[in-house]
Design a protein around this ligand. Structure first.
Ligand SMILES: [Zn+2]
Length: 401
């Protein structure tokens, strides 16, 4: 089958083909990419689906999800293992509906993502391609300990926990080492051990770090991706670029938290009220976080650090997996739509080590692709107008409108 559209975005941050076309073979891989004229001339007998004034682009990646994160639900007590599994299945469905064909889950309840992936392989559900870290690891009393993340202290216990998680099917290892306080959590010795143990067995590790002292310790330890990096400095981004450490800023999560909190405060909340008091206290972090992203994103991007798109949206009532908003914010803060799309296609594929499988519209890769209305190469909000989603050449979603 040949698919054509007015615009075709490769996913490498720069290439757009006008009046583009690609041919997908019987095996679900892309066998040819070019202009409509070239491809239809090469395969004159092949049926053609033309999407008109639309953009063909690679399926999107969300590099920071928590499919099993039910902790902010108001009826937490209803969430036993069964409900958590249904919740995760619903998240997977949302992902597909939003054109997200690959996710990296960076902490969910033990075994949830492994089983969700298996359920997808068995054909029970349609799920995106899944990479996961199982539960993640925090220090005793550290960030995430109240959300069921195992608390482990000391280099050898950390190595043992990593071995257990890999034994149990984790693709990546996740360490959490900072909260909103200015004091880092794990010691350098512990972080070094975590990275060494993970790399020693050929895996990669991701770390949650938001404040400059923690970020620096994680750069020194040599993690593969740094999540949030909210107050990342230009000097640190330069070091990351040099060491090949990618940055997953999760701008939307902090933006939405800032907006929510601002609304609570603006509604004339009484500071003696518990929720209002918490909002006022949280604003001390969310406001500088919001402005740090807004003012620094472009400068940090320009250091050449590999940027990844991750949504990290776990707030109750917030739109799930808003990767389209993440890319819009990147564009609002100064990069081009093509560069933003690369953070959710070519870049994450390379960081996950699957660039020879998917992540771009190139010959020989799996046909994980989406079609959106309009010209996404110039107007990133085109991603809000999703028409069709394919995984491995198979249509897995079509918008009604
Ligand atoms: Zn997260």
């Amino acid at each position: 089958m040949i698919y054509t559209a007015k615009h075709l975005v490769i996913g490498d941050g720069k290439t757009v083909i006008l009046d583009g076309a690609l041919r997908v073979g019987e095996d679900g891989t892309i066998s040819s990419v070019g202009t409509k004229q070239e491809i239809t001339a090469r395969y004159p007998d092949e049926p053609v689906t033309d999407y008109g004034d639309a953009t063909l682009l690679p399926g999107l990646f969300d590099m920071h999800v928590h499919f099993g994160y039910y902790y902010s639900q108001p009826d937490q007590a209803n969430f036993d293992d069964f409900m958590i599994a249904y919740y995760a299945a619903e998240q997977a469905k949302h992902a597909i509906r939003l054109g997200i064909t690959t996710v990296r889950d960076v902490s969910s309840p033990h075994n949830l993502m492994k089983q969700l992936r298996l359920a997808g392989e068995k054909g029970y559900l349609t799920v995106p391609r899944i990479f996961h870290t199982d539960t993640g690891i925090c220090m005793t009393g550290g960030h995430g300990h109240d959300d069921g993340i195992p608390e482990v202290d000391g280099p050898w216990p950390i190595r043992k926990k990593i071995r257990e998680q890999i034994r149990d099917g984790a693709d990546w290892i996740k360490i959490l080492t900072s909260n909103r306080a200015s004091i880092p959590e794990f010691t350098q010795e512990e972080l070094d051990a975590a990275v060494d143990e993970t790399h020693r067995v050929g895996r990669k590790c991701v770390v949650h770090a938001g404040i400059p002292p923690s970020i620096q310790m994680c750069i020194d330890a040599g993690f593969d991706t740094i999540e949030h990096g909210t107050f990342l400095t230009v000097e640190q981004a330069e070091q990351m670029a040099e060491k090949g450490i990618a940055w997953d800023p999760t701008i939307t999560a902090y933006t939405v938290l800032y907006e929510f909190t601002k609304e609570i405060i603006a509604s004339g909340a009484d500071p003696s009220d518990r929720i209002a008091a918490k909002a006022i206290r949280d604003m001390g972090f969310f406001e500088p976080a919001y402005f740090a992203y807004k003012n620094n994103f472009k400068k940090l991007y320009d250091t050449g650090v590999t940027v990844l798109a991750g949504s990290d949206m776990v707030l109750y009532n917030a739109p799930p997996l808003p990767i389209n908003r993440e890319l819009s914010l990147m564009v609002e803060y100064g990069i081009t739509p093509l560069q933003a799309i690369q953070t959710a296609t070519g870049n994450p594929a390379r960081v996950l080590g699957i660039e020879s499988l998917t992540g771009q519209l190139k010959e020989g890769l799996q046909a994980d692709l989406i079609v959106v209305e309009g010209n996404a190469a110039e107007d990133i909000t085109a991603l809000n107008r999703l028409k069709v989603v394919f995984m491995g050449g198979k249509e897995v979603h079509r918008s009604e409108a």
